[in-house]
Design a protein around this ligand. Structure first.
Ligand code: PMP
Length: 461
């Protein structure tokens, strides 16, 4: 990273005051913001590192918001954006207008996505992609003469975004409080219970399972299920082997469409180009964002099968009344193409796959050393561990003792950025570093966790 000319203290204070006064932060504690101002003000990034106004360098083990897959500071993306802006910064794709970057990106995505998911609609992010997916599947059933098929089933702990429909599909209650409440026709099933989906009625969770809910509600009322290949914001939960195959089978059995939310998992995060590739399952619809441009510019996409497109086109002679001004933004598409080019040329998906065992080894070391560390898991460079009061007996900390945020604070002090996920007494530490993270950088991160856990133990035990 360039040697940063550190900002003088007076200017830093002024920026902090202006931030407090004028900036309403997304998904942040407003009270804490008003009391303490912004946590960090970052000025530059390089690889897995971020530097702040004080000149301090942090390991960005969250890839900022699970999205900076190729790492910070890639000048090539800026150059491509600049060239495209100089040529054709923006033009619309409404009314069948088109341009080169969107055509080339669509061809590229078709070559990467599984099965016949070969047709793409564009958005500016994950929530818009999921809203689009819900509209498309509901529209599809309506055109098929089945307008009652409109319910969407997600999974508990699932996160799908914050627009009104996406936050209703999201099962994290706090995100629905502003809507207000959940929109009708969104349901949530108990996650990752393979045997229920295969029809084991003796399972105590059967009634809350996807199959149980479908039987209760009636398949004739259900449009689609939506799920993340690995649940992200809900705390990094990896489905057991056979789960997605069972869900695919279930959807086929009942005539329900399957939407894979690849917003976090897509573009290499789990050591495969897409999360579903870990299980060879082909969904009917795939929503994408984040890693499609590694966050260098806003872009989301929804992939649908050719069959779905043909059905939408055949049944209706009408206009598809859905489109954003920035659907297929030329500059964003050009940046996405370059981002994918870097992912491929630098073999970052394969590298991510290899780094999974390094991360897992680091987690094992932490579990051996610290009895409060438990249930560690990793899929590619998406990982987490939990903090338990009594690991032997699987006892959590009491819900009023949120230990994960304490540990994250200790990590911040040691220049490591990770995320706490807490609900009830569950304390999870989640991470998803840039896919360029090396073995040595993972080891440094684990050494920081080691020290941070020791510090937390002193305060809580
Ligand atoms: N789906 C998943 C799985 C996500 O993790 C997110 C964002 N964290 C979204 C959807 C929403 O994406 P966005 O914030 O770009 O709207």
């Amino acid at each position: 990273m360039n040697q940063l000319k550190v900002m003088d203290e007076k200017e830093i204070k002024r920026l902090e005051e202006l931030d407090k006064k004028y900036f309403l932060h997304p998904t942040s504690s407003l009270k804490q913001h008003q009391e303490k101002g912004p946590k960090f003000i970052f000025t530059e990034g390089n690889g897995v590192y971020l530097k702040d106004v004080h000149g301090d360098q942090y390991i960005d083990a969250l890839a900022s918001l699970w999205n900076v897959n190729i790492g910070h500071g890639r000048k090539e993306l800026g150059e491509v954006a600049s060239q495209q802006m100089g040529k054709l910064a923006y033009s619309s794709a409404f009314n069948n207008l088109s341009h080169e970057p969107v055509i080339r990106l669509s061809e590229k995505l078709a070559s990467l996505t599984p099965g016949d998911l070969n047709v793409f609609f564009y958005t500016s992010g994950g929530s818009e992609s999921n809203d689009t997916a819900f509209k498309l599947v509901r529209h599809y059933w309506k055109l098929k003469g089945l307008p009652e098929k409109k319910k969407i089933i997600g999974l508990e702990r699932g996160y799908h975004g914050v627009t009104v429909a996406a936050s209703s599909a999201t099962a994290i209650r706090q995100f629905q409080e502003m809507a207000p409440g959940k929109a009708p026709d969104f349901l949530h099933a108990v996650p990752h219970k393979t045997n229920c989906e295969l029809g084991d009625k003796n399972d105590p969770d059967y009634a809350r399972s996807l199959r149980g809910i479908i039987e209760r509600e009636g398949a004739e009322t259900i449009a689609a299920v939506i799920m993340e290949p690995v649940q992200g914001a809900g705390g990094i939960h990896i489905a057991p082997e056979g789960y997605f195959e069972a869900v695919r089978q279930l959807c086929d059995e009942y005539g329900i469409l399957m939407i894979a939310d690849e917003v976090i998992c897509g573009f290499g995060r789990t050591g495969q180009m897409f999360g579903v590739d870990n299980w060879n399952v082909v969904p009917d619809v795939m929503s994408m964002a984040k890693g499609i441009t590694s966050g260098y510019i806003q872009l989301g996409a929804v992939g649908i099968t050719e069959r779905l497109r043909d059905d939408l086109a055949n049944v209706s002679n009408d206009v598809l009344f859905h489109g954003f001004t920035y659907s297929g933004h030329p500059t964003a598409c050009a940046v996405a193409l370059k981002n994918i080019d870097i992912l491929e040329k630098e073999n970052l998906v394969e590298h991510t796959k290899q780094m999974e065992s390094v991360l897992a080894k680091g987690f094992n070391y932490l579990e051996e050393k610290h009895s409060i560390v438990a249930k560690s898991r990793a899929k590619g460079l998406l990982g987490a561990f939990e903090l338990l009061a009594d690991r032997e007996n699987g006892i959590q900390f009491s819900p009023d003792k949120t230990v994960a945020p304490l540990l994250v604070e200790q990590c911040f002090k040691r220049k490591l950025i990770v995320r706490p996920v807490t609900y009830g007494g569950t304390n999870i530490i989640a991470m998803s570093p840039p896919l360029v993270m090396t073995k040595e950088e993972i080891e440094t991160m684990i050494a920081i966790f080691d020290e941070a856990i020791k510090a937390v133990k002193k305060t809580i035990l």
